[in-house]
Ligand binder design. Structure first.
Ligand code: NI
Length: 640
């Protein structure tokens, strides 16, 4: 473990709210009568200072005041947004959120299940499936957000049900209760409607995945141990992380979980900014199965729930191996209590194969350097699924985000053996619907400063002619995004499309503007039709890339409150103004989808699937920044 420097006690303006600040925020709300008994505190997060205030502070001005942004539901279900000034613990602003539904808290999630269990209509629906008496306790209930399918101002969730085989069963998803949907009013905490689309036999398999799925473990695996006898090569002062030439701050929010701030690279004593803030600002999972217990599912895990409170307590040797440093996180629950989430963020180094190598035939010399990367990660459990949020920094100036998807595929009951067009029958009577997972990265780029230009670079063959006699010539085409309307773009892997963020005010050794570029990974289009309920609500998925000028209050691609929202907020609304982008402080919004046609191999617990993107320097450095990585210690790699 790297010792955390506890002398660095002064709070940085971008540090997440401490447990003490969260508690003081709730006390301030209560004192102002804004969080009386029976109300719900949905979230309390740092209201990050405006970049202008941060800049002024860095130039010798005042420290921006710490502010918290709280979202509260009162007893009647009215939502309110409150700003709390933490210098005096006072409410400095309140805004009614009439007509909006804030995110669903974890307490509501669990209480909705209990509401189903005590409802006579729900019990009758269970009885129709042969589930009575003690067996009712074995029913596993999950409340899903309703999108805009339920009209009216009520705060709702649709509950789906599965039957565990015993109280020790870790996988209820093998026994879906087909056809059963319970609609729960989350304010009254009562079932308001049972939609029973017809009973199906409850599948009787036991799909435990422990102990090798019941068949024991393979016995031919020998230990691998990763040791760093001199400790890791990074340091953490407060939340400032330094690793070799990288500098950044590790943040955290209730809604997004892991956030990286002020990612910079130090070169010859100069700290060069690259990205002011990087996070996954939304994660939506549209299902493509018209099954009555599936079709409405297109949950916005970040905007409709918030993944901060869902982070795992990571375990050394299990989630992360090597010399690990952990950071705790803290969130409020809906009763306004502060929950400290231990070992929420993992920081460690990984060996990553070779960084570069060459053998010179003339001299017979071989030189090789090993790559290592710094990993900053957290893992969240969102119902049936685990989402890992992994950021990597490399010694060649590269930055990578990788989403890791694992857990259990969501299941629905179907008549056993009947052909499925929109789902994979992973076990008799158990169907895993086709679905997609779209992550949206929000990247507030500051490449060597705030004023940047964004353009698209495609590669294309040159036309045949005297300049291309063999037909083999190809070149690159640049297209500058002058306005927002020009910056709504899709991936084009056959053209090797990249999006480049350039600072024209600073040039490299060859006289060109320094730049970083976004390199898309595997991606896919949303399958839901334009105009569908899901596409209206997730308008930001109309394109993989959007670029906007930085605004402090433009934080989430579907707007602040996507839960039960009709759609149209966020990126589609902001960019309707068609603002200018050239030499502005630009924000990139990049969406990438993990397309999931479930396989038998994804059952009963899914091996990790990956998705993501890279940011890499293009003329940001004058030559490879990886030349000074020394030969591996103790090995004879650079030899004659
Ligand atoms: Ni999936």
């Amino acid at each position: 473990m790297t010792p955390i420097d506890h002398t660095a006690t002064s709070t940085h303006p971008l540090d997440p709210l401490s447990p003490d600040e969260l508690e003081r925020s709730v006390v301030a709300l209560r004192r102002a009568g804004l969080a009386e008994l029976g109300s719900r505190v949905i979230s309390v997060d740092l209201l990050e200072p405006d970049k202008a205030a941060l800049r002024a502070w860095r130039e010798g001005g005042a420290v921006p005041e710490r502010e918290a942004l709280a979202v509260v539901l009162d007893i009647s279900g009215e939502a309110r947004e409150c700003t709390i000034g933490l210098a005096g613990d006072t409410i400095t602003d309140t805004r009614s959120l009439a007509g909006m539904q804030p995110a669903v808290s974890m307490d509501e999630y669990f209480e909705a299940g209990a509401a189903c269990r005590r409802d006579a209509g729900y019990q009758e629906a269970l009885a129709r499936r042969g589930i009575e008496g003690d067996q009712v306790e074995l029913v596993h209930i999950e409340p899903w957000t309703v999108g805009s399918f339920e009209q009216g101002p009520r705060r709702m969730a649709r509950c789906l049900s599965w039957l565990r085989s015993s109280l020790d069963d870790v996988n209820p998803y093998g026994r879906p209760l087909g056809g059963l949907v319970a609609l729960v009013d989350l304010t009254e905490m009562q079932v308001v409607r049972i939609d029973d689309h017809g009973t199906l036999p409850v599948p009787d398999g036991d799909w435990n995945y422990r102990d090798g799925g019941g068949d024991g473990y393979r016995d031919d695996q020998r230990p691998i141990e990763i040791t760093q006898p001199e400790g890791p090569s990074f340091t953490l002062h407060g939340r400032e992380l330094r690793w070799q030439k990288w500098r950044l701050r590790v943040g955290f929010s209730h809604r997004e979980s892991l956030v990286l701030h002020e990612i910079c690279y130090e070169q010859d004593g100069e700290v060069r900014p690259i990205c002011h803030r990087a996070s996954i600002a939304e994660l939506v999972i549209p299902y493509g199965d018209p099954n009555p217990t599936v079709h409405f599912k297109n949950v916005f895990d970040i905007g409709e729930y918030g993944v901060g409170p869902l982070v795992n307590a990571l375990e050394l040797g299990c989630d992360c191996v090597g010399d690990i440093t952990y950071l705790d996180a803290a969130c409020v629950n809906s009763r306004g209590e502060v929950d400290v989430l231990p070992n929420a963020i993992c920081i460690h180094e990984e060996d990553y194969g070779i960084l570069w190598k060459h053998h010179d035939d003339n001299t017979g010399r071989t030189d090789v350097a090993r790559s290592r990367r710094l990993v900053i990660s957290c893992i969240t459990t969102v119902g049936n699924y685990e989402y890992g949020f992994f950021w990597y920094l490399y010694q060649d100036g590269g930055i990578q985000f990788e989403g890791k998807l694992t857990g259990i595929v969501l299941t629905a009951g179907v008549p056993a053996g009947e052909p499925q067009r929109h789902a994979t029958e992973v076990a008799p009577g158990v169907a895993a619907g086709y679905h997609q997972h779209f992550f949206t990265a929000r990247l507030d780029m500051d490449v060597d400063g705030e004023r940047n230009v964004v353009f698209e670079v495609d590669s294309a063959p040159e036309p045949a002619g005297p300049d291309n006699p063999e037909g083999s010539a190809f070149t690159t085409h640049r297209r500058t995004f002058q306005r927002e309307s020009q910056a709504k773009r899709d991936v084009a892997p056959l053209q090797a499309r990249r999006w480049r963020v350039e600072n024209p005010a600073r040039t490299n050794r060859m006289g060109e503007a320094v730049a970083y570029e976004l390199v898309p990974g595997d991606n896919v289009a949303p399958m839901a039709l334009p105009g569908s309920q899901f596409r209206r609500r997730a308008g930001f998925l109309d394109h993989h890339l959007w670029v906007t000028p930085y605004r402090r209050d433009e934080r989430f691609p579907a707007g602040e409150y996507p839960n039960q929202h009709e759609g149209g907020d966020g990126l589609p609304r902001w960019t309707a103004a068609d603002r200018a982008l050239e030499n502005e402080d630009v924000v990139l919004w990049y969406s990438f989808g993990a397309h999931h046609i479930p396989r038998l191999e994804d059952w009963p617990v899914m091996p990790v699937a990956y998705c993501g993107f890279h940011l890499r320097p293009v003329g940001f450095f004058d030559r490879s920044p990886a030349l000074d990585v020394p030969p591996p210690h103790g090995a004879d790699c650079n030899h004659r």
